[in-house]
Design a binder for this molecule. Structure first.
Ligand code: HEM
Length: 170
C-alpha cells in the first residue's frame, strides 16, 4: 500500500502549503494592501468575508491533517491507541510526536476561540461600533490569536520534517 502512504504524505504537505501559505498571504499580502486609504471602506467587510472563507476551508484542512497524520503514524507502527500510552512518546521521534500533537491541540483550541468567539465579536462590533475601543480590542485579540496559530503551524511543519528525518540524529 506504498501508494496510499505516498498519497497521504502528498496530501499532508499540500495542506501544509495551503494552511501556512494562506496565513502568510492574509497577513503579509492582503492586510497591508487593504489598509490603504482608498480601500478602507471595504476593510471590515473584506477581512470578515475572507476570514470566514479561509476558516471554513481551514477546519477541513485541520481535519484532514489529523486523518493523514494518524495514517502516517500507523505506517510507522504507531496505532491510534498507542497515542494513549506514555512510552509512545519516549526517544527523539516520540518526543517530536508528543510536541506535534500538543501543538495541534493548542491550534484547534485557539482556532475555535478565533473563529467562534473573538472573530464574530470583532465583526459584530465593526458593524455596530467601528470607532469603539472594544472593537479595536477584539481586532487586536483576533490578530494576535492568528499570529500565534501561524507560528505554532510553522513548528508543526518543522516537527513533521524532523519526524521523517529521525529528529536531530544525522
Ligand atoms: C497544522 C497542522 C500540521 C502541519 C502544518 C503539518 C505539517 C507536516 C509536514 C510539512 C510534514 C513533513 C513531510 C515530509 O517532510 O515529508 C509532516 C509530516 C508528518 N506529520 Fe504533520 N502536520 C500537521 C498536523 C499533523 C497531525 C495532527 C499529525 C498526527 C495526527 C501529523 C503527523 C505527521 C507525521 C506522522 C509525519 C511524518 C510523515 C511521514 O511518515 O513521512 N501531522 N507534517
Amino acid at each position: 500500500m506504498k501508494w496510499l502512504y505516498i498519497l497521504s504524505v502528498y496530501t499532508h504537505v499540500l495542506l501544509a502549503t495551503f494552511w501556512i501559505g494562506g496565513m502568510l498571504f492574509l497577513s503579509f499580502v492582503l492586510l497591508p494592501a487593504i489598509r490603504k486609504p482608498e480601500y478602507l471602506r471595504f476593510y471590515h467587510r473584506l477581512i470578515n468575508d475572507t476570514g470566514v472563507n479561509f476558516s471554513r476551508l481551514g477546519w477541513g484542512a485541520l481535519s484532514v491533517f489529523f486523518i493523514t497524520g494518524l495514517y502516517q503514524l500507523h505506517v510507522r507502527g504507531i496505532e491510534w491507541y498507542d497515542l494513549l500510552k506514555l512510552e509512545t512518546y519516549k526517544g527523539p521521534t516520540g518526543r517530536l510526536i508528543a510536541l506535534k500533537l500538543s501543538f495541534y491541540t493548542l491550534i484547534l483550541i485557539l482556532q475555535a476561540i478565533h473563529d467562534f468567539w473573538v472573530g464574530p465579536r470583532a465583526t459584530h462590533l465593526g458593524d455596530e461600533a467601528p470607532n469603539s475601543p472594544e472593537y479595536r480590542r477584539y481586532r487586536y485579540y483576533a490578530r494576535s490569536i492568528g499570529m500565534i496559530v501561524f507560528f505554532l503551524s510553522l513548528f508543526m511543519a518543522l516537527f513533521g520534517v524532523m519526524i521523517v528525518r529521525g529528529g536531530f540524529k544525522v
